[in-house]
Design a protein around this ligand. Structure first.
Ligand code: XCC
Length: 660
């Protein structure tokens, strides 16, 4: 009642200014009618802090917070702003920036660690619920981990012969080596060695090769403690090490080991938007990030006993739909539907049709607990790292050793809640079809098994100009900007200009909802060259590569394009650009930074907390190009955002001698 009373008097968001997605608009209106406040309403009253927005608020010790906004008149002469300890705006902004890298890298990498632990349990046959599914991928990962896949044994005739090792023995060695990457103190994080040779050499020369995943994150926390590293260039150097340890380390291991456990994605059809829920079914939403949980919920939701129970409770079946990156994981591997992206999490509950929302880690708004209380929805936390005090949240802990049992308990809770619906649900009609599942293995397969020299190879089409370049457009939604609008404008502008788009995360979902993830979209949205390639191969012009940890797939695809030849020696030579038009999470900053230090020009929308420190901003936006071949940029206008990316792609084409 208190929550509803507050909502009654609060300012209400204009649904059409808040989102371009009709299902979202409809549910914002329903929330207003139901007197339920959502993030869209709160964004009207709670304005961001101007100084924090500029990146120049320091709260790393208790003598502050020291706040150093840009003077209204701008800086005249020498910039004399400093905190109590003398920290310059540059030091403060750089410290804040790499703390975001640390937060993002920690989130991705801790996810990866959990996967590695479960992987090892599966390899050692300590759990029946997880097995080694994709042996082909295991052998590939074993190769880069230097784990032998065969041994010499003595044959019957006394001669030495080569014998394949047992798959589970190989997996155990891979799992042990993988898990060791987190605590490693010296040397180089192993998966990083899949980068192009020139990039590896550059990182060695710059002394930014990550030694161990955890070590680099911890060192950020040390260096940004009061009175340690006070040189923005040196701070960014450590940010680079940690970001590489994320993209080419923790995230990459998460993706690879998940592929081995659950299968490498290949093209599959799916559906997206709130309309995937069914009024007469039990609706379970899995929200968060880790497929360890959602994979088991998939199995549980198909359990005959539970389906029977659902029927007994008056439901026609069970709909399992995903939200945020968990959604991408189960979509990519099983074709299961997606209910929506980040900004739709409260609105799914507002339909009144969600019998349980099951969450694990990352991007889960605490407010879903309040919204759930306004309906009948059970909010279930499952991870000991992520509990929610608000509302009436229940915690059913998920343990990899009793995974299926735990998952069944969760699904049973949802089914038993089905008869408790308080009113007739209102589910928007909107849902779109899509073709997804483009791992780098699938992209390669669809382009003729190679990036060069046969069927419709990618590199040759870039060289001949049918494809102008490649863009990685990824990242979140952000309530400070119109939901999905930036994503869609940037992607459509790129397609129009023959730039093929690789996508992950919430951008992928925005594209899915707008019908861009279908082969038919090629004809409608692409320039003639790109349309021709997509139509010949039968692929969508926007290739959905997975969740946010799967941005590592984009890195590997870029690395493969370099290795296939004809387009320079390093990722920084390629006609490629990166973008996150609606970013909001620290993970996005870590992703952005590993794109940049991998040699990619990367543009963010919304805003970047660097504008209060002009020298630091110049370092990120301009000077990094001379060091890494990639640099940051900020562009709020989505048309200009895409134009800048295309301009960079053209610059690279020219440098390669492709366009005179
Ligand atoms: Fe961002 Fe990663 Fe979260 Fe969506 S889910 S809001 S981090 S894009 Ni991954």
């Amino acid at each position: 009642d208190e929550i509803k009373a507050k909502a009654k008097t609060a300012k209400k968001a204009d649904p059409y200014a808040a989102s371009v997605d009709p299902a979202t608009q409809q549910m914002i209106i329903k929330a207003h009618n139901d007197e339920v406040e959502t993030i869209f309403d709160r964004a009207l009253t709670l304005k961001p802090c101007n100084i924090g927005e500029q990146g120049t608020c320091c709260k790393n010790c208790s003598q502050g917070p020291c706040r150093l906004p840009l003077p209204k008149k701008g800086i005249e002469g020498k910039d004399t702003r400093m905190g109590l300890c003398g920290a310059t705006p540059e030091t403060i902004a750089a410290r804040n920036f790499i703390r975001m890298v640390a937060g993002g890298a920690a989130a991705h990498s801790d996810h990866g660690r959990g996967v590695a632990e479960t992987f090892l349990a599966a390899a050692r046959k300590e759990t029946d619920d997880y097995t080694i599914k994709d042996t082909e991928k295991l052998l590939e990962v074993a190769k880069y981990c230097n784990v032998p896949t065969s041994v010499m044994v003595e044959g019957e005739d006394g001669q030495k012969v080569q014998e394949d090792r047992d798959i589970y023995d190989i997996a155990t060695d891979v799992g042990e080596l993988a898990l060791a990457q987190w605590g490693q103190q010296e040397g180089e994080v192993v998966p990083v060695l899949q980068a192009p040779e020139a990039r590896i050499q550059l990182w060695r020369d710059l002394d930014v090769m990550p030694r161990g995943i955890d070590r680099e994150i911890v060192e950020i926390m040390h260096r940004t403690h009061m009175g340690v590293d006070q040189d923005y260039r040196n701070l960014i150097k450590q940010g680079s090490r940690a970001a590489i340890a994320d993209g080419w380390g923790g995230s990459m291991l998460a993706t690879d080991l998940q592929d081995i456990l659950f299968g490498t994605p290949y093209p599959v059809q799916g559906e997206i938007n709130l309309g995937v829920m069914k009024e007469d079914h039990v609706n379970v939403i899995v929200h968060g990030h880790e497929p360890l949980l959602s994979e088991m919920i998939v199995v549980a939701s198909q359990d005959p006993e539970l389906l029977k129970l659902a029927e007994e409770k008056g439901a026609k079946g069970i709909v399992l739909a995903g939200m945020c990156c968990t959604a991408n994981e189960i979509l990519m591997r099983h074709g299961l539907p997606i209910a929506g992206n980040y900004l739709q999490q409260e609105l799914a509950i507002v339909t009144g049709a969600v019998d349980a929302m099951v969450v694990d880690v990352q991007c889960i708004m605490e407010s879903v607990a309040n919204v759930a209380m306004c309906y009948h929805t059970k909010l279930i936390t499952t991870n000991p790292r992520a509990m929610i005090e608000s509302g009436e949240t229940i915690h059913i802990e998920f343990d990899e050793h009793s995974a299926l049992e735990d998952a069944k308990k969760i699904v049973r809770t949802a089914i038993e809640n089905f008869p408790n619906r308080r009113a007739q649900p209102i589910i928007p009609n909107e849902k779109e079809q899509m073709v997804v599942g483009f791992s780098q293995e699938a992209v390669k397969y669809h382009l003729g098994g190679t990036f060069r020299g046969s069927y419709v190879p990618l590199n040759d089409n870039i060289i001949n100009g049918r494809i102008r370049g490649i863009a990685g457009v990824v990242g979140c939604n952000n309530a400070r900007t119109t939901h999905d609008e930036g994503h869609l404008i940037v992607v459509k502008e790129l397609l129009k200009n023959d730039v093929i788009v690789l996508t992950t995360g919430c951008n992928a979902m925005a594209c899915g909802k707008a019908g861009l993830l279908t082969p038919e979209a090629a004809k409608v949205y692409c320039g003639a060259g790109l349309a021709e390639v997509c139509e010949t191969v039968g692929i969508p012009p926007v290739l959905h590569m997975g969740s946010c940890v799967d941005n590592s797939r984009i890195l590997l695809a870029a690395s493969e394009v370099v290795k296939a030849g004809g387009l320079g020696k390093d990722i920084s030579d390629l006609p490629v650009a990166g973008s996150a038009p609606e970013w909001m999470s620290e993970k996005a900053i870590s992703i952005g930074h590993y794109f940049v230090v991998s040699g990619v020009y990367t543009v963010f929308g919304v805003g970047l907390p660097v504008t209060g420190a002009p020298r630091f901003q110049k370092y990120l936006f301009e000077e990094l190009e001379d060091i890494y071949g990639g640099m940051w940029d900020l562009e709020v206008d989505p048309y200009e955002h895409a134009r800048k990316m295309i301009q960079h792609i053209d610059k690279k084409r020219k440098a390669l001698g492709l366009d005179k």
